[in-house]
Design a protein around this ligand. Structure first.
Ligand code: HEM
Length: 496
């Protein structure tokens, strides 16, 4: 009897709690039912872990049920999700919606303090972002000098592919070193051999840290109570590797660089540290040195896996849709022939550019971008959103919206071409690099790299599916930050 009474009391309390938790402030976006402590996580876990549904389907379903702007909670953190490209553009242009949540996973990368660009906001973010944009451009982004550096990597990569010609291979890990080297030449003026063991380790550790997901991000106490089970121990094993590699590089360069003509981005940064006398600046003395390491780490983490995975998707899609591959190769043969491709060629290669746009749309590599945070109370798509709310853009949903694209599930580069096929058509709803104040800092480098790598590879090879392996699909693994294709094998055959 007492037991039944206890259950009744518990049920009533739970009901009251559910009502209180689900009460929304005035004019706040609607959303799925919230549970005590866990927020919307139970539904998300149910769909992804039990029903094995891609997260994109759940996001589309929420959009249908609750509208273009909806709300949910990841553990204790309230999140507003934007699913309309006009609202995303408006929001990401507002500096008050360009904060970043202070996740302990981000601070753990850099000795417990959030620094640099990717996970920082406020004055330090603005100061560092402005500096990086200006000086990365000076040292290569979009420059002829970079063309040669990237082409060296493409040539090296092609050599490796020639050795494996006609054999089934997994292309998924093949691009990382080449992409890393292109970036490393700009920031450090050096390149590594493609089979250098240190680089292989660093790449693996970045890959593992990006794969890392779990409740520990939303419930920090799990890391202390269940370090192994929560995955925290594993995360902390892979993080220090890149950090220590970069710390050593910065320490050595600080000792070796005499302040003469800067050779690369790191030298310019060191000059800025030496010049800075304002103790509030993020370039000041030891804080400046720690920020340099964090910024280099940001470029590594944000720049390598993204570009490499986009190349993996390109090979996969063009193997699955060989008629598109033939069109791409016809353009390469006509404009470039057998010499090395250059940036100059880009203007005369609309089909190649359209293919890159379509790969970025179709794959939607960073499906929900990076999370932003409101810094004040704001209005978003007509709704009130209080300060300190997380805001997420459903980029993948926008890129696959049938109302915008008509046939979003078809891989069709032609959608980005003018009627006569001679010009590339820009589309307002294509936002693979996000938009506004925090738009991807490496967009121009990524686009340059994609062009040179894709042109170089399809000039040299036909890329096909392997008749002896299961036919790959365009399906993606349920992802954390980056959407990864399912493991697959392809065959590259030399064309000339
Ligand atoms: C295909 C390749 C890439 C894609 C699809 C991509 C996409 C993105 C996206 C969606 C964001 C989030 C922006 C936001 O918060 O709203 C971002 C941020 C960023 N990306 Fe990229 N990215 C790529 C390559 C690169 C490269 C090559 C670099 C650097 C070398 C880079 C550096 C960054 C940095 C530093 C940020 C943070 C910007 C900030 O918080 O102000 N990315 N990127």
């Amino acid at each position: 009897m007492v037991f039944l009474q206890l259950i009744a009391v518990f049920t009533v309390l739970l009901g009251v709690l559910m009502i209180v938790i689900n009460r929304k402030p005035k004019n706040y976006p609607k959303g799925p039912l919230l549970f005590p402590l866990l927020g919307s996580l139970p539904q998300m876990m149910w769909h992804s872990q039990v029903q094995k549904l891609p997260r994109s389907i759940l996001r589309d379903e929420y959009r249908r049920r609750y509208g273009k702007v909806y709300s949910m909670k990841l553990g204790p953190f309230p999140v507003v999700v934007l699913t309309d490209h006009n609202i995303i553009r408006e929001a990401w242009n507002n500096l008050q919606i360009c904060g970043r949540p202070k996740l302990h996973g981000a601070a753990a990368r850099t000795n417990g303090v959030v620094r640099g660009i990717l996970f920082q906001d406020g004055e330090e973010w603005q100061e560092q972002r402005r500096f990086a944009l200006r000086h990365l451009r000076d040292f290569g982004f979009g420059k002829r000098s970079m063309e040669n550096l990237v082409m060296d990597e493409v040539t090296e990569l092609i050599k490796g592919f020639r050795r494996d010609s006609k054999k089934p291979i997994s292309t998924q890990t093949r691009f990382n070193v080449a992409v890393l080297n292109s970036l490393w030449s700009i920031v450090a003026g050096e390149r590594y051999s493609h089979d250098d063991p240190i680089l292989q380790e660093i790449i693996k550790s970045i890959h593992r840290s990006l794969e890392f997901r779990g409740l520990v991000f939303f419930f920090p106490w799990l890391k202390d109570w269940f370090p192994k089970l929560s995955g925290w121990e594993e995360y902390m094993k892979c993080m220090p590797l890149s950090y220590e590699f970069l710390s050593k590089f910065v320490k050595d360069r600080l000792a070796a660089y005499d302040g003469g003509e800067p050779e690369h981005f790191t030298d310019v940064f060191i000059n800025e540290i030496r010049r800075t006398t304002d103790p509030n600046s993020s370039f000041y003395k030891e804080r400046g040195e720690a920020t340099l390491i964090a910024t280099l780490l940001d470029l590594f983490v944000a720049g390598i896996e993204t570009t490499s995975t986009s190349l993996t998707y390109t090979l996969l899609y063009l193997a699955l849709f060989p008629e598109k591959q033939k069109k791409l190769q016809a353009e390469i043969d006509r404009v470039v022939g057998t010499r090395l491709p250059t940036f100059e060629d880009r203007k005369r290669m609309p089909y190649t550019e359209a293919t890159i746009q379509e790969v970025l749309r179709f794959s939607s590599l960073v499906p929900t971008g990076l999370i932003h945070k409101t810094l004040t109370d704001v209005t978003l798509g007509g709704f009130n959103v209080p300060k300190n709310h997380w805001v997420m853009a459903n980029l993948q949903g926008v890129h696959h919206d049938p109302e915008i694209w008509g046939d979003p599930e078809n891989f069709r580069p032609e959608r980005f071409l003018s009627e006569n096929g001679e010009e590339v058509v820009k589309h307002e709803a294509l936002l693979p690099f996000s938009f506004g104040k925090r738009v991807c800092l490496g967009e121009s480098l990524a686009r340059d790299e994609l062009f040179l790598f894709i042109t170089g590879i399809f000039q040299a090879f036909d890329v096909e599916t392997d008749p002896n392996s299961p036919r790959p699909t365009t399906e993606q693994l349920n992802s954390n930050i980056i959407a990864i294709p399912k493991p697959h094998q392809l065959v590259l055959k030399e064309r000339h």
